[in-house]
Design a binder for this molecule. Structure first.
Ligand code: FEO
Ligand code: CA
Ligand code: CA
Length: 651
């Protein structure tokens, strides 16, 4: 997701929606990450890069086990420098090809993309959606490196990009307004599209493949787990059948071959016609009279909090999709909790699926779901491993340890006497349940990934203000963010205690001396994926209000980028840079690791720095900030990156 920019999208509260004063660690841990230790201690690259935020000296032996002191280099490509150009830059010896940009016709008979944005909502239903985000490549077993299904999220739409000059951006309460909302809804959701690698080695989509599919804000969905579609808080007279998935940010994928799309800032689509006072539940999830300024409620009662107050409760879930079954409805897996899911990482310990997910809002929490039994056994019994299990929320202690606090009805404060009706109630109000048990407020936990070799879990904390604490890097404000590493006790994801540390501190040493001067410049880490070789791919999402700005300390960091770190060798390099006004998000590889796919989201979006030079993008001039990738209207797209010599990526 765009790092929400109050100057662009309206009323997002930079302090978050969490009113609790519960354990922020503010008072707990000044001793935990001693700033002087970072500044005055070992300034060697690896030692600083991979310092543990938790008790640096105490964990010296643990640090060495990460191999930070050396090892055979594995990242031999020539690092690319920061860039403020309107181009996509990869290392020398690599080639990047744009595939499946927004508007690509994928269903049989779908119309071509129209450069003037005159494609209708009906057209958009058959074309690749807007603002590509999390994605995963599902191989065909018969030809795994030449044929696969790419499944990708479309997080949100930009009104200045998807409407014609004649349409404008205003949503009116008439047929024209409803058509515009319908086009936006069709631009959201998920694309499933078959890709094939041709004889020249290039990846091409196959229009009309029977697997191709669009899931949008209007696709019928089903609910599974403790919260059923018949729950009173999910009833709607406006849309009796639950429809759609929205604000599809990061993703996960399961060992049983399914895709998970995460619903993040769903609150932004709702508004209120007439007087509106948020309930405690609505307030905790950031619902407000004007939302993020989309104005959908002006034309569609579905998004009017007064006319349809329960509709928001149908969003904020993790949604499972079977990419190889185009007829199967997306399933909202309610046992995993309801919050602003950034994405998720499905890990396995002793056969049991354990799912990590961050709630990306300043001051919100990190969660983990532990399935009840080994996933193969559950599937054999006709159960989903994602429907039965326990949900936990993270508490980060001062001494570098942590614990997972159970969110189970009848346990601790989550009782009938305290107003919790049942587990469904706990799950619909997951954020309040986290408040009640005393979870630790975080600086916007985004993607999570597991290093399969070490079982370590990494989480991006993209940035934040307030809640100064060690797990939040002891920086307040923390405009650059950092990456936290968790090590579950014994490496067993089912257990409820862990150690944590700060793996990387983002920023620019010129503005923040805590940041190692020797590491690549980067800020606001967001997308994160540990590849099969254990290398950590780090994608950045600097907000449009800060990108490229000297007065925000982001001029030298420049455009958003993707970097790669090897936790074993201590190597850390910038791998690519994106065009102006974009974020880089979503990453997956072909099984042979010879193609890496990434997404360029919102190229050319309204960006404070570039607006000042070229004017803000508008329906009459959508290309003022960027004309990537084809020299005209900017289009979110996937990029397939390969080595010219056909070798493995990164080596
Ligand atoms: Fe959708 Fe938190 O990025
Ligand atoms: Ca994101
Ligand atoms: Ca982000």
């Amino acid at each position: 997701m765009i790092d929400r920019d109050t100057t662009v999208l309206g009323d997002e509260n930079p302090m978050g929606s969490n009113p609790t004063q519960g354990p922020t660690l503010n008072d707990l841990i000044a001793s935990q990450l001693d700033r002087r230790t970072v500044l005055g201690g070992a300034l060697g690259f690896a030692a600083v890069q991979f310092l543990a935020g938790s008790a640096i000296t105490r964990k010296a032996s643990a640090l060495s086990s990460f191999g930070a002191s050396g090892g055979t280099p594995t990242l031999t490509f020539a690092e690319v420098p920061p860039s403020s150009a309107d181009t996509f830059v990869v290392p020398q010896g690599y080639v990047a090809k744009v595939i499946i940009p927004w508007g690509t016709p994928i269903l049989a008979g779908a119309p071509n993309f129209q450069e003037d944005a005159s494609n209708t909502a009906a057209d958009q239903e058959k074309q690749v959606g807007f603002n590509h985000d999390g994605m995963h490549f599902f191989r065909f077993p018969s030809n795994p490196n030449r044929r696969g299904l790419m499944v990708l999220n479309h997080e949100y739409t930009d009104a200045t990009q998807i409407y014609t000059a004649a349409q404008g951006t205003t949503i009116t309460n008439d047929a024209a307004g409803r058509e515009k909302v319908a086009k936006a809804l069709a631009g959201h959701g998920v694309t499933v599209v078959e890709l094939r690698r041709d004889a020249q080695g290039s990846w091409k989509h196959l229009q009309g493949s029977p697997f191709n599919r669009r899931i949008t804000g209007n696709t019928p969905v089903v609910f599974s787990g403790p919260v059923s579609a018949s729950h009173p808080l999910l009833q709607s007279t406006v849309t009796p059948q639950p429809l759609g998935t929205l604000n599809n940010c990061g993703n996960g994928y399961t060992p049983w071959g399914t895709y998970i799309t995460a619903e993040e800032n769903f609150n932004g689509y709702f508004g209120a016609n007439g007087a509106f006072t948020a309930t405690p539940l609505q307030a905790r999830y950031g619902l407000s009279a004007s939302g993020f300024g989309y104005g959908w409620h002006l034309a569609e009662p579905r998004f009017d909090l007064n006319a349809n107050p329960n509709e928001p409760n149908r969003f904020g879930w993790l949604v499972e999709i079977d990419p190889f079954n185009p007829q199967a409805a997306p399933i909202k897996r309610t046992a995993l909790g309801r919050f602003k899911h950034e994405g998720c990482a499905v890990t396995v310990s002793s056969g049991v699926a354990c799912v990590y997910s961050g709630d990306d809002e300043n001051g919100d929490y990190l969660y983990k779901f532990v399935s009840d039994a080994p996933w193969q056994q559950m599937i054999a019994n006709g159960q989903s491993p994602l429907d039965f299990g326990k949900l936990y929320v993270a508490k980060f202690n001062a001494n570098g340890t942590g614990e997972w606090l159970l969110l189970e009805h009848g346990t601790g404060p989550l009782t009938v006497a305290n107003g919790w009706a049942d587990q469904a109630d706990v799950l619909i109000r997951t954020r309040q349940a986290g408040d009640a048990v005393g979870a630790t407020r975080c600086h916007r936990p985004e993607w999570v990934t597991e290093n399969a070799a070490t079982q370590d879990v990494y989480v991006t904390f993209t940035n934040g203000t307030g809640n100064g604490s060690a797990v939040n890097s002891n920086r307040d404000p923390n405009p650059y963010g950092h990456i936290v590493r968790l090590r579950e006790t014994g490496g067993d994801h089912r257990l409820t205690t862990f150690d944590w540390s700060i793996f990387l501190l983002a920023g620019d040493n010129q503005y923040d001396p805590l940041v190692p001067a020797t590491q690549p410049l980067f800020g606001s880490p967001d997308g994160l994926w540990s590849d099969p070789a254990g290398r950590l791919w780090i994608q950045t999402d600097i907000s449009n209000s800060s990108q490229n700005r000297q007065d925000r300390g982001y001029d030298r960091i420049a455009n958003n980028a993707m970097l790669v770190a090897n936790p074993v060798t201590g190597e850390f390099k910038r791998f690519l840079t994106g065009p102006r006004g974009c974020e880089i998000t979503g990453v997956t590889m072909s099984p042979d690791m010879r193609t890496i796919f990434v997404n360029v989201q919102h190229p050319g979006e309204s960006t404070n720095f570039w607006n000042g030079q070229f004017g803000a993008p508008s329906v009459t001039n959508p290309s003022s900030v960027s004309s990537w990738p084809f020299g005209g209207r900017p289009r979110p797209a996937t990029v397939a990156i390969q080595r010219i010599d056909g070798g493995e990526i990164g080596t």
